[in-house]
Design a protein around this ligand. Structure first.
Ligand code: ZN
Length: 93
């Protein structure tokens, strides 16, 4: 399933996270740019309100590969700018 972009949609983001506990999130600027595409697990405890505006937005997917597709489409990059060291999304535990 393609990634979903949550902008000005707090409840949509919260509901998605509840329904996709094993999913992944890119925290991006409200207008996504290559310098800030921060990959997290849904379960990461670092997210702060407001989640989806006016400063930040969130891309969500069950698949890191789909998030990379989105990063490429939105920012023209092949990699995330940051990988969270707290939730370590590239490890399975
Ligand atoms: Zn994290």
């Amino acid at each position: 399933m393609p990634a979903i972009w949550f902008k000005d949609n707090e409840n949509g983001f919260i509901d998605w996270c509840k329904a996709h506990e094993q999913g992944f999130v890119i925290n991006a600027r409200y207008k996504p740019g290559r310098k800030y595409l921060f990959l997290h697990k849904v379960s990461c405890r670092t997210f702060k309100r407001p989640f989806t505006g006016p400063s930040y937005s969130k891309f969500c997917s069950d698949s890191i590969d789909e998030l990379l597709v989105e990063a490429r489409r939105e920012a023209g990059v092949r990699a995330f700018s940051h990988i969270c060291k707290i939730c370590t999304p590239l490890t399975t535990e």
